[in-house]
Design a protein around this ligand. Structure first.
Ligand SMILES: [Zn+2]
Length: 468
């Protein structure tokens, strides 16, 4: 299938690069049906006149979009004819739209895939590519266009070698990194333009201070993750695989992955690989170029959850979480005897040790077995609420809005002990939470955020996947 010959045809709009024709039907499905009926008749007529030209329609198998083929340059005359025929035959209002200039072809690499090293999603080109709408020269920007190149300063490597022999301040390495903000990206690892440097920047594995691509939003998640991890005092270089807790740690991990992906050196020719099922199943790595990606994207809603921005309005997130909060009405507040005794003994210990016991509950999840959904009531609901709202228990929900919670309690005329915060925390700790059957299934932004957080949690220095 040619990259330029096929265009999605939406029921509410038809346009081509040269002329311009738009449908404004009352019923989009009617337009799809009508268009296909028309197109099937029309192709026979066109081919009778000129076998090389005209439209070759495809069956409208994927609703809501049908597709058609602009085999040769269709023209304004044909568009006008179609408009007239649609008006008379199907009684659809057809209007002329301003002509869209042809797609410029100055960007030969615009369909080459580069992915964010955090989420595995596309770094979208800021110039026309197969992702642009129906060959339009206009690029509708979203969060996946906003990218940063993380690049080391020359002193980074020396610091990294010293750091392997001594414990240093976590942030010392971060100061030896620079973030280059991408202003334009023309596709492939060769064509990045950044605010901070003149000319192009490439992702070159021969460069000791290799530039690593990531979405701006994903780097924000990395910063929150590092901030959370910092309190656990992990040894990143432990022989059994320590966890990263700073941007410098992640840079070392990403650089290793880039070098392993591109064993022959030079400018990266393929997306940076990730060892945990390829960014936990991120689809961009499975396509040769953006043409294939764009075709499947039109048909598959599965792909779209990978494109859901992990950072969005905290009030909305809070409303979603509060919708899973139940009241204590009709429930026993009596603590489980075993848990109550354990808590009583813990409280009798010196305060530092008691704090360590509570710290061991963070994050509130278990990789081995799902957390029990039965509350013990050993700790008050206020403790569960405070621990959730501070981002300690469920750290990937770091931005819950306390104002929104206060409003929720006020409207119901209840205080915090009247809500089952313990049960809510246990629900949010379930491994299936964002998957089918889970309490937050269907919230694709939270699904993607949870996936990204898990990827960061799984990252280790020695884990790489080799390319060829
Ligand atoms: Zn990303």
């Amino acid at each position: 299938m040619s990259s330029h010959g096929w265009h999605a045809l939406y029921p509410y709009q038809v346009a081509n690069a040269q002329g311009g024709l738009a449908l404004c039907p009352a019923n989009p499905q009617q337009a799809v049906n009508s268009w296909n009926a028309y197109a099937i008749n029309q192709v026979a007529a066109q081919q009778a006149v000129n076998p090389q030209a005209g439209l070759a329609p495809q069956a409208a198998t994927f609703h809501p979009a049908a597709t058609f083929h602009q085999a040769n340059a269709t023209n304004v005359t044909l568009a006008a004819q179609i408009a007239q025929m649609l008006n008379s035959t199907f009684n659809l209002a057809a209007v002329q739209v301003p002509a869209v200039p042809p797609v410029p072809q100055h960007f030969p690499d615009s369909n080459k895939i580069v992915v964010c090293v955090v989420c595995g999603g596309l770094i979208k080109p800021t110039v026309p590519s197969a992702l642009a709408d129906r060959g339009s020269s206009r690029v509708r920007k979203d969060w996946m266009h906003a990218a940063v190149l993380v690049k080391a300063l020359p002193e980074f490597d020396e610091w990294s070698k010293r750091a392997s022999r001594s414990r240093q301040s976590l942030n010392a390495g971060d100061k030896l990194l620079q973030e280059l903000h991408v202003t334009e990206f023309h596709g492939s690892a060769r064509h990045f333009f950044v605010r901070e440097l003149p000319g192009k920047v490439a992702i070159n594995t021969d460069d000791q201070e290799i530039a690593i691509p990531a979405h701006t939003a994903c780097l924000d998640v990395v910063r929150v993750f590092c901030n959370y991890q910092g309190k656990f005092n992990f040894n990143f270089r432990a022989s059994d695989g320590g966890a990263p807790s700073s941007m410098a740690h992640f840079y070392e991990i990403w650089r290793n992955r880039a070098l392993a992906t591109c064993l022959h050196g030079g400018i990266m020719r393929r997306p940076i690989k990730e060892p945990n099922d390829g960014y936990l199943g991120a689809p961009a790595l499975q396509f040769k170029d953006l043409v294939g990606y764009a075709e499947v994207w039109q048909k598959s809603w599965q792909l779209r959850r990978f494109e859901a921005c992990p950072i969005f309005n905290p009030v909305v997130i809070t409303k979603v979480i509060l919708s899973k909060l139940s009241t204590m009405d009709g429930k026993s507040r009596k603590p489980d005897p075993v848990a109550a005794e354990a808590w009583a003994r813990t409280q009798a210990l010196p305060v530092e040790i008691c704090d360590l016991v509570l710290l061991a509950m963070e994050p509130f999840e278990s990789r081995a077995n799902p957390m029990s959904l039965t509350p013990t009531r050993a700790l008050p609901n206020k403790w569960w609420k405070d621990s959730l709202m501070s981002g300690c228990l469920i750290p990937w929900l770091w931005d819950l809005d306390s104002e929104e919670v206060a409003k929720h309690e006020r409207l119901a005329c209840r205080d915090e002990e009247d809500w089952d915060w313990e049960l809510l925390c246990r629900r949010l700790a379930q491994p299936q939470l964002v998957h089918p059957g889970g309490k937050l299934h269907g919230f694709i932004h939270l699904w993607n955020r949870r996936r990204i957080w898990k990827l960061l949690d799984l990252a280790r220095l020695g884990h790489v996947t080799f390319g060829h």
